[in-house]
Design a protein around this ligand. Structure first.
Ligand code: ATP
Ligand code: MG
Length: 425
């Protein structure tokens, strides 16, 4: 059980017949709203593939997943990560007859076993207008027997600790209370596409997840310097991309051979500018890849002031190497907040594995915190064969598709194996 699922939610999950998923308020109206909802629906469908008995249905602002025996907690765990879903309620269903509704409400309350002194209310909604009792009347009709059975409960109609919600519909009635918080945000890919510069560190995977949560489709770019960086360092990045793919179904990873570019900066007597030059080179290659893949922005894990290359002055000098918008989702966050998020999304344990990144190996003793743009541009313009090395790195880039399910495989094979439609990735 994760921190997202409280004890009360777990209790009601244990006997749930269905899950109710609520869409976020996607401020957008009309066509865009429909597009957003369709995207969420597709994402949920993809996650339900391993659970063939689960049946999905849609209603304005909501989705229902009828469980038919599929494990509620496992599904809630997976579905609360769907971008665009703000909350999930485990639901108990019963026939729309007063005696059944009372009996099912009682069972629901027994499951939760509220402590004496808990404040409580019933909040009924008569959706099916032919039902003989109105919403207000239903509140009374259901809460009276419940209170008799639980004399310890105290009625509080304003801010109760426990609110039993009841919806009477024509086909069945739904009883639920505990909400499991969803990750919210915008549905996957509805904001366009960006390229994430993914290192093996703590920050960039979090920056990637934050971008996805804002509705961006993300492709990852990793720069490696074989033989200076090991096979384990590469594998670590593949594994990190795999964790990110849990949130998107599949993710593209571009692996850029960076050794030649990186070594062009050694021996020029400008060690303190090495990191700045490397970062600018990364942005230039990433810009080329973005153009090739039709992405409109670059994303990095920079956080203001964290290291020498992330002072405002460094960011300014580095950022000038691209004309694309440079998105830095973590720029104003504290390290502790970033670490909390990386734990929550499941990348932390991988990120702290010790394998060397291409940058750590070439780190000079005193990297500058205040690089001079004109000097950088002059060095780049006079390095022999520099533009060719950048072009060769772009040319030599290897692209793999990564899914949560296993090894890197071509797109049609993934589609065949998982049943996820190709248009999805
Ligand atoms: P991270 O934890 O993400 O590695 P960091 O605090 O170590 O970040 P830097 O190493 O200065 O910071 O890197 C800043 C950003 O540059 C990273 O967040 C990432 O977006 C990008 N970056 C650094 N190294 C690489 C690499 N080898 N491949 C791709 N991107 C990289
Ligand atoms: Mg790093």
């Amino acid at each position: 059980m994760t921190e997202m699922i409280t004890t009360d939610a777990a209790k009601s999950l244990a006997h749930a017949d269905m899950l109710l998923l609520r869409f976020g308020e996607f401020t957008l109206k009309g066509k865009n709203r429909t597009r957003f909802e369709k995207t969420v629906l597709r994402h949920v469908k993809a996650l339900l593939l391993p659970y063939p008995r689960a049946v999905l249905s849609k209603e304005f602002g909501r989705l229902y997943v009828a469980l038919n025996g599929e494990p509620a907690e496992e599904l809630a765990e997976a579905l609360h990560n769907v971008f665009g879903i703000v909350s999930i309620s485990p639901v108990k269903a019963c026939p729309s007859r007063l005696e059944d509704i009372i009996a099912a409400s009682r069972t629901f309350l027994e499951l939760l076993a509220p402590a004496p002194g808990t404040t409580f209310k019933v909040d009924a909604r008569r959706v099916w207008k032919e039902f003989p009792h109105g919403s207000l009347e239903l509140n009374k009709l259901v809460s009276t027997p419940l209170l008799q059975g639980y004399p310890g409960l105290i009625v509080d109609v304003r801010v109760p600790q426990l609110e039993l919600k009841l919806e009477v519909r024509e086909t069945q009635s739904l009883i639920f209370c505990e909400n499991i918080a969803g990750v919210g945000g915008f549905p996957l890919g509805t904001s366009g596409k960006a390229m994430l510069l993914l290192s093996g560190g703590i920050d960039s995977p979090v920056a990637g997840w934050s971008s996805m949560r804002r509705g961006l489709e993300v492709e990852c770019i990793h720069f490696y310097s074989f033989p200076y960086t090991s096979e384990q360092a590469r594998q670590k990045v593949v594994d990190l991309a795999r964790v990110l793919s849990r949130y998107s179904g599949v993710i593209k990873l571009h692996l850029v051979p960076f050794t030649e570019v990186q070594t062009s900066f050694t021996g020029i007597g400008q060690d303190n500018l090495m990191i700045t030059l490397m970062r600018r080179a990364m942005l230039r290659i990433a810009t080329g890849l973005a153009e090739r893949e039709g992405a409109l922005a670059l994303v990095t894990g920079d956080s203001l002031g964290q290291v020498a290359s992330q002072t405002l002055s460094s960011m300014n000098a580095i950022g000038r190497a691209t004309e694309l918008p440079l998105l830095r989702p973590l720029v104003m966050m504290d390290k502790s907040e970033i670490i909390d998020l990386s734990r929550r999304i499941g990348t932390y344990e991988l990120s702290i594995l010790p394998y060397e990144d291409c940058c750590t190996l070439f780190v000079p003793k005193s990297p500058t915190t205040n690089p001079n743009l004109r000097i950088l541009e002059k060095i780049e313009a006079t390095l022999p064969g520099y533009a060719e090395r950048l072009a060769a790195a772009l040319e030599g880039t290897e692209t793999v598709l990564i899914t949560p399910y296993g090894n890197e495989r071509p797109r049609d094979v993934i589609a065949a194996e998982t049943g996820i439609q190709e248009e999805w990735f």
